[in-house]
Design a protein around this ligand. Structure first.
Ligand SMILES: [Mn+2]
Length: 196
């Protein structure tokens, strides 16, 4: 199964060209990365990747608040946000930055369906650095597929993708180079949730 047969995924290859992508990777890689050991309910666990979370003032996200401090936008992240918003005609108020340092880093099967993302979460996912496959698995049928995410590509996860599919980035033990992934999200502010 290819991404084209998963109608809830749209891949734009070369959203950034190779030179821009390499520069963005280097700049993001040089940011201050926090420790990836977390204490949850008194137990320590190690996240198999490094993460930072950046959001507009007042935006809270339970996933990140459990693990991560909220950072403000850097000029680079803001510039990319503006470009993605203009291209997709969608607004985002936050971005989760993931660094997969090499093929040992991964993310297990999950879907991004936290309540704060609202009923129709559209997520824009940018890749810089190593090409990794995003695997997906249908929640009901078990149907599986994958899409390769090259450096500079933009993957749009349409809202129903989170409803119907789980996704993962599996480990690749022989891969020595890193991948940085930006996932732009729109988190519904707490006050709007109360009013809704
Ligand atoms: Mn995800």
């Amino acid at each position: 199964m290819t991404a084209l047969s998963c109608p809830e995924l749209r891949l734009i290859d070369g959203f950034y060209d190779a030179a821009e992508s390499a520069q963005i990777y280097q700049l993001l890689h040089g940011q201050d990365w926090p420790e990836n050991r977390y204490i949850v309910a008194g137990r320590q666990f190690i996240l198999p990747r490094l993460q930072t979370w950046h959001a507009d003032p007042g935006i809270r996200y339970s996933y990140s608040n459990n693990l991560l401090e909220t950072r403000s936008w850097t000029p680079l992240l803001l510039k990319i946000r503006v470009q993605i918003e203009a291209f997709l005609q969608v607004s985002f108020n936050s971005v989760l930055v993931n660094l997969y340092r090499n093929g040992e880093d991964y993310v297990g099967w999950h879907c991004d369906n936290e309540a704060e993302l609202g009923e129709q979460p559209l997520i824009a996912s940018l890749t810089f650095g190593a090409t990794r496959p995003l695997q997906f698995r249908h929640k009901q049928t078990g149907q599986r597929g994958q899409v390769l995410l090259p450096s500079g590509s933009l993957l749009v996860m349409q809202p129903n993708f989170q409803h119907h599919w789980l996704h993962s980035i599996p480990p690749e033990p022989n891969l020595m180079t890193g991948r940085i992934n930006l996932t732009f999200r729109n988190v519904v502010p707490v006050s709007e949730k109360i009013d809704a």
